[in-house]
Design a protein around this ligand. Structure first.
Ligand code: GLN
Ligand code: ZN
Length: 769
């Protein structure tokens, strides 16, 4: 028999039950007991779904009230001092400690002194996914001890319900790798000997009926420094020597093990999981390298995307492994299903053809089970599902809906000249000065203004058919008028229309482009209780009609000042969608770029002289493997340039990115050749401009001077200090003054005050300089 298992299942619940329970608990509408009860029934429901799909081993401890890395911190007793929760006398990490680390505050009703707000732990992206984890903060003198029995309890719970269960833990090395030093730098690896005893204790205390324990070490697919690689052998040799009865499945995912394979193959673990969706080439390598007595678990179904697997193709690839390895071959999705929606059967609004191409978590597990039966009993034993799968795969491949010959012909005709503006930056700068007549230190905002309750209500009513399109357009125009008037009163130089018509910066464009589909329940966790519902790009992308021109034209008609057109860039649309897997990502990005290029041209024709193409996701698309980075940056930059290249010299192209790590991509940012870039920088006190200076970044920069992530209003003095700091790195002639990011999550009172201060500073500094 070929065993099947899941590395992890989505946590939210198909109807986002967990999100609701957690948020109600935060508001004080649910007691801690009620929250725990809700968690328990969600876990039970998810195990039930896994069993129904026919999976042999269900996962435990993949569930989390917020984040699995935070769970690992709780397990290890890692609570930074500022949370005032010294874990003396064997005290456990409480639910309150846990949520305070995540959110910086206690649940609404607790009034104790310890409940005061503190800076929450930092959050950052989990490898190259859109999931964010809570970064562990460790000190050089950090001690660890078992301070949460969650993994033991949830394993017991599954056993109690009669499941064959495999508890999942974040491995010790990946945990340390993902952490950051709290205070002075030190070698995090030096903490390993102190972390291991806690893992040891967990292994000792875990119920022996849980035969297998999964330790996730996804850093094994990174280019690891030799010391870390060496530490793996030692750590796992130690765990192997102390474990009693359990077997360890070492899980890797998101790429090939590559140069870490020698290390991995020599480790005394009982099994290894590898991702052969992202890295199919490693199948034979790993199979050859792994000793015959070890279990090889193959991740053959894509845990990160929504497409059905070509089951026959997978079988052809893995049948030889089965012949060699026999019972020691296991099958699973490539990674935890955390990154996939729950259940396709809820998608009743998708048309049948499109639905037949898709698989969500439940369906992915069913695919794994069919594959296992085919290997165990022969393909004939599952002839019907294999046949049905083959038909769906073939239909998708042939469907005219995935292929638009015009789009393909246009893509083939893209030339290098199309990826460049007509003139170099110096020439464009001159032309733009004459056309825009902006003062020194021009002021602007990043695009969105507060999404008020009225705006959201109008959108809801329109979607529900309660108001007509005309009424909706009137409501949005009214909002645009208010926002333009406000910006004029504030004295901003380059205005925006405020984006009231956009619910989400990717969804808005996806809905207006061909080749995109939307789900009703296709949520995936982004962080904590937040989810996103990415669009599905299933076909060639084209633009049936202009997408933003009418709004921008209307906004421009209200003012003589330049009105900035606002587009979402090709890489960001790609990164925040489920992307088709039947052509290279670069091709899809170029198709989106061509559609945006037409939009740029149309905006220009409508009299728009400044156009911003947001690319906040450019950085997160950077591959995990160093050797893949250049190729990505090349096509990502090209896609942006293809969209922007059509603009005349006198049209000013802006871009915007909201993250803080530019060091390794500064050349790519310069290569975008945007006339101006706005970046998030107020929290770093402008230090990140250092890299722009070092690189002699040639074009204009608007480093954010107002941290829009907080309701706090920056004072005139603070903003002045920030602008002065910025001017130490970048000559004032190339500086813009703007907030860090869009204002849509803020309230009007603080926005008014902050922008008033921002404009005051710009005016004062112009006098001074
Ligand atoms: N233009 C968008 C806005 O202002 C940019 C958002 C973003 O960078 N995430 O909301
Ligand atoms: Zn931003």
């Amino acid at each position: 028999m070929v065993r099947t298992h899941a590395l992890g299942f989505p946590r939210f619940g198909a109807h986002r039950e967990l999100k609701q329970a957690v948020e109600r608990f935060w508001k004080g509408d649910l007691s801690a007991d009620e929250l725990l009860q809700a968690g328990k029934s969600i876990r039970a429901a998810h195990w039930q779904l896994q069993r129904q799909a026919g999976v042999d081993l269900v996962a435990a401890n993949d569930f989390s009230y917020y984040d699995h890395v935070l769970d690992a911190s709780a397990m290890l007793g890692v609570v930074p001092k500022r949370f005032g929760a010294e874990l003396r006398d064997g005290r456990s990490v409480t639910l309150d400690d846990y949520f305070r680390m995540a959110r910086g505050r206690s649940q609404a009703k607790s009034g104790s002194a310890a409940a005061a707000d503190v800076q929450p732990c930092e959050m950052t992206k989990w490898f190259d996914t859109n999931y964010h984890y809570i970064v562990p903060e460790l000190e050089e003198s950090q001690t660890f001890r078992l301070a949460s029995t969650k993994v033991l309890d949830e394993t017991a719970e599954a056993l109690q319900l009669g499941y064959q269960v495999k508890p999942v833990l974040l491995g010790p090395l990946t945990y340390l790798w993902l952490s950051k030093p709290c205070g002075a730098e030190f070698d995090r690896l030096s903490l390993l000997p102190r972390v291991l005893p806690v893992y040891e204790e967990v292994l000792r205390k875990l119920d022996a009926r849980a035969e297998w324990v999964q330790l996730d070490e996804p850093i094994l697919v990174l280019d690891l420094p030799p010391a870390w690689r060496a530490a793996f052998s030692d750590a796992y040799r130690h765990l192997d020597s102390v474990k009693r009865g359990h077997k360890i499945l070492l899980a890797t995912y998101f790429g090939a093990i590559d140069q870490n394979l020698d290390t991995v193959a020599g480790m005394p673990v009982d099994g290894l999981h590898v991702d052969v969706v992202r890295a199919p080439q490693q199948l034979s390598e790993v199979d050859a390298a792994l000793p015959a007595h070890q279990v090889l678990s193959l991740g053959v179904v894509d845990g990160r995307n929504v497409w059905r697997t070509d089951l026959q193709a997978v079988l052809t690839a893995i049948e030889p492994v089965r012949a060699r390895r026999g019972e020691r071959l296991w099958l699973a999705p490539s990674c935890s299903l955390l990154h996939a929606p729950v259940d396709l059967s809820l998608e009743t609004a998708l048309d049948a053809e499109l639905r037949s191409w898709l698989a969500f978590s439940v369906q992915k597990l069913e695919e794994v089970v069919v594959l296992s039966r085919a290997l165990t009993h022969g393909r004939e034993a599952v002839a019907a599902p294999l046949e049905e799968n083959a038909q769906a795969v073939a239909l998708r491949c042939k469907s005219p809906r995935t292929c638009n010959p015009q789009v393909r012909a246009r893509l083939d005709g893209v030339t290098d000249a199309m990826k460049a503006r007509p003139g170099p930056y110096a020439e464009r700068r001159q032309a733009q000065r004459e056309s825009l007549r902006l003062p020194l230190l021009p002021t602007t905002t990043i695009g969105s203004f507060p999404q008020t309750a009225e705006i959201r209500a109008a959108r809801r009513q329109f979607r529900a058919g309660k108001i007509t399109r005309q009424q909706y357009v009137e409501a949005m125009r009214g909002e645009i008028e208010r926002v333009v008037k406000r910006q004029t009163e504030l004295g901003l130089d380059v205005l925006v229309h405020g984006e009231p018509e956009r619910n989400d910066m990717v969804e808005y464009f996806g809905e207006l482009l061909d080749g995109f589909a939307f789900t009703q329940h296709g949520w995936v966790q982004s962080y904590g209780s937040r989810g996103v519902k990415p669009p599905i790009i299933y076909g060639d992308v084209s633009r049936p009609a202009a997408m933003t021109v009418e709004w921008s034209r209307f906004a421009q008609s209200l003012t003589d000042r330049p009105m900035k057109g606002m587009l979402t860039g090709p890489v960001t649309v790609l990164q925040w969608s489920f992307v088709r897997d039947d052509q290279p990502r670069a091709h899809t990005a170029f198709q989106i770029a061509l559609a945006l290029r037409d939009e740029v041209a149309d905006l220009e024709r409508a009299g728009i002289r400044v156009i911003q193409i947001d690319e906040p996701a450019l950085r997160e698309g950077v591959p995990l493997k160093v050797r893949e980075r250049d190729a990505y940056l090349q096509w990502a930059v090209d896609a942006f340039r293809l969209a922007a290249g059509v603009a005349a010299n006198a049209t000013q192209i802006h871009t915007h990115m909201c993250y803080a790590e530019f060091n390794d991509i500064i050349e790519a940012i310069a290569a975008l050749d945007a006339d101006a870039i706005s970046i998030e920088s107020s929290r770093s006190r402008m230090e990140l401009l250092e890299v722009f200076q070092r690189f002699e970044y040639p074009n204009e920069i608007g480093p954010g001077v107002y941290d829009i992530h907080s309701p706090r209003v920056p004072s005139v003095e603070e903003i002045t200090a920030l602008v002065r700091a910025a001017a130490r790195y970048i000559p004032a002639e190339r500086l813009w003054i703007n907030p860090d990011c869009g204002l849509k999550t803020r309230g009007w009172p603080e926005v008014n005050q902050a922008l008033t201060n921002m404009v005051t500073v710009a005016k004062q500094m112009r006098e001074e300089l």
